[in-house]
Design a protein around this ligand. Sequence first.
Ligand code: 9MG
Length: 291
Amino acid sequence: MNELHCGRFVLPLSRPLIMGIVNVTPDSFSDGGCFDSTAAAVAHAQKLLTEGADILDIGGESTRPGATVVSVEEEIRRVVPVLRALHALNVPLSIDTCKPEVMCAALEVGVDLVNDIAALEGRGALELLAASGAAVCLMHKQGEPQTMQAAPEYADVVVDVIDYLAARRDAAQAAGIAPERILLDPGFGFGKTFEHNVALFRALVRMRQALDCPLLVGVSRKSMLGQITGRPVSERVSASVAAALLAAQSGAAVIRVHDVAETADALKVLAALELPVASCAGLRDNARLSV
Ligand code: 9MG
């Protein structure tokens, strides 16, 4: 699949796309409520665009471990004004939600992608998306954000995640969502220990091969990077950029990040300096050979 059919846009997947995170929440992954007003969120989104974001991911409910649940009404109140303001900019807009009612409100505004950490398992979500032209990101998680890090367990984390994503991909296609509208995501940090996350990251090439579907990777500022570097969330930019590069080399199609400018520069360096495809079958393809 060389392109993503994403609402108003057809996005080429010849290079990794950068999805910039816009949290409209008082307790987001790491913004800590800095962008909790519509105007501030819109300004932040515009900054991410100038820095090189290809897609903006707007979320009104934190999915950080232990985060509190937000009502449908409150989530809509937070995100819809931001989506309305950004829609006029004519850039790919993603709604980060697992609630079908919020998806519906966002689709009415005209979002191009639904990023669902519950992989469209909500009642009516598959049908809603099938009737739209929006792309979908189907993510794996074990448990719910409030409790998911308590004691995650897998028989084999890589196999379990691949099997789940394959089943959700098949369910989406059976509902009428075309393959070129589907992204899959292993869901780093969602009901996974550090060891689970590492195993999944190292298996990105295998996952891409097994699932035959573009992958979205989100590790920006996450605790696994804190565990590796010993740094707090405010000091994880370098670690996030390093992980983004590795994800790109493993064939990730979309990389979800907070630090767009830094990631964009790093990906430009990678594109300029990595061996051309003809001479090494590309690191991304090479990596595939070594699995
Ligand atoms: C909302 N959100 C937080 N982390 C995420 C991740 O890793 N992937 C996706 N698709 N969404 C995420």
